[in-house]
Design a protein around this ligand. Structure first.
Ligand SMILES: [Zn+2]
Length: 319
C-alpha cells in the first residue's frame, strides 16, 4: 500500500500499534528536518497507549544517514594514565557515591551496578566509544553489535565489536544496553524477545530512547526534534514499552527521564525552518536563556514529561 502518492490515508488501513496491539490510530505526516531533505513520512499515533510508529519504512534508509553520522566517527582512545584515572573515578562514583566524580554515563551505570567482570553488550554500538570508556574504567568483558560498522574489530583487550546482530552471537550476557538505538529498529517485539533470550537469568536490559510522553511532542507535534523522521521508526510511551516488555517476560525495575535542553532549542530550530547544526545549534540563545531551558528540562524529567528516558528491565531469575 502506498501512503505517499494519494495525499490522504486510505480508509481501510490496518496499522496496529507495535506496542499495545491497538488498531485505534491517528495518522500524521512529518518531514526529514535534521539534514533538510524534506519528503513526507506518515506516522501513526496510538490512541490507546500513545506510542508512535513510522507506517511505511522506506526500503533503503541509508540515504537518510549521512556519511559523518555521529556514531561512525573515529574512536577516541586514552593512554595508560588516563585509563588509570578513569578507573579510580568510576570506583569513587560507584562504590563511594562521590557524585562530582560522575562520568558522563555514570547515572545509568550506577543503577545497573555491574561487576567489573560482567559480560556487557551494547546493541547499536557505532564506533564503540562507549564500550571503550567502560574498558578504560576497568570493565573487561565487552561486546558491541552493529550491522552498519565496516567489519568485526577488537578495539581494546576484552572489547570486541561485531558487524552484525546480537541474535547471531553464541554468547549470553549479564547486561544488554541500547543507547538511542531501539527507536531505529522497526520490530520492538522481536528486539525485546532477542534481548530476553540473550540475557542470563537475573540479567538486566537498559533501553534509552525518546518517549512520546514528552510535553514537547504534545506541544510541537511533527516539529519535535526527536521524532526525527524517517530515522526513528518507533517511539514508545512509558505505558507502551512497559506493556510490550512485560509481555515478553521482563520486569520493569525503574524508569528515569534523562532529557536535556536539546529538546527545546532544537525543536525551536525546526520551528524556524532551520536544519540541525549541533555546533551552532543553540547559539541563538543567550547564556541565561540556555540556563533556564536546562532547568526546565530537569523539571520536566522529574515530572515525567521529558522527551527521553532510561528503562531498567530485568529478566527474572526463574521465568
Ligand atoms: Zn499502542
Amino acid at each position: 500500500m502506498n501512503y505517499f502518492s494519494t495525499g490522504k490515508m486510505p480508509i481501510s488501513h490496518s496499522t496496529k500499534c507495535k506496542f499495545c496491539g491497538s488498531s485505534d490510530q491517528n495518522f500524521f505526516k512529518a518531514k526529514e528536518r535534521m539534514l533538510g531533505l524534506g519528503g513526507e513520512f506518515t506516522y501513526s499515533e496510538c490512541l490507546s497507549c500513545g506510542s508512535l510508529q513510522l507506517v511505511t519504512v522506506p526500503d533503503d534508509l541509508s540515504s537518510y544517514y549521512p556519511a559523518g553520522y555521529y556514531s561512525f566517527l573515529e574512536l577516541n582512545k586514552s593512554n595508560f594514565l588516563t585509563r588509570a584515572l578513569k578507573g579510580l573515578r568510576i570506583r569513587a562514583y560507584l562504590k563511594l557515591g562521590l557524585t562530582f566524580q560522575a562520568p558522563m554515563y555514570g547515572y545509568w551505570l550506577r543503577k545497573l551496578q555491574p561487576g567489573f567482570s560482567a559480560r556487557i553488550a551494547d546493541v547499536g554500538c557505532g564506533n564503540g566509544q562507549l564500550l571503550y570508556e567502560l574498558y578504560a574504567s576497568g570493565y573487561s568483558d565487552l561486546q558491541g553489535f552493529d550491522p552498519f560498522i565496516e567489519k568485526d574489530i577488537q578495539i581494546a583487550p576484552g572489547v570486541k565489536l561485531w558487524k552484525g546482530r546480537i541474535e547471531d552471537s553464541a554468547d549470553t550476557f549479564d547486561i544488554i544496553m541500547m543507547h538511542h538505538a531501539f527507536e531505529h529498529m522497526d520490530d520492538p517485539h522481536a528486539v525485546l524477545k532477542v534481548c530476553f533470550e540473550k540475557l542470563n537469568p537475573g540479567g538486566k536490559l537498559l533501553i534509552r530512547c525518546p518517549v512520546a510522553d514528552a510535553e514537547v511532542w504534545k506541544e510541537s507535534r511533527e516539529l519535535w526534534v526527536q521524532l526525527d523522521a524517517p530515522r526513528h521508526l518507533i517511539i514508545p510511551t512509558v505505558k507502551g514499552l512497559k506493556m510490550k516488555a512485560e509481555q515478553v517476560g521482563f520486569l520493569l525495575d525503574e524508569i528515569e527521564f534523562d532529557s536535556s535542553d536539546f529538546q527545546f532549542w532544537a525543536t525551536e530550530l525546526y520551528r524556524r525552518g532551520k536544519i540541525l547544526d549541533e555546533e551552532k545549534g543553540s547559539a541563538f540563545l543567550t547564556i541565561k536563556e540556555r540556563q533556564s531551558l536546562k532547568e526546565k528540562a530537569l523539571q520536566y524529567n522529574q515530572e515525567g514529561k521529558g522527551d527521553q528516558a532510561c528503562f531498567y528491565f530485568r529478566k527474572p531469575v526463574k521465568s
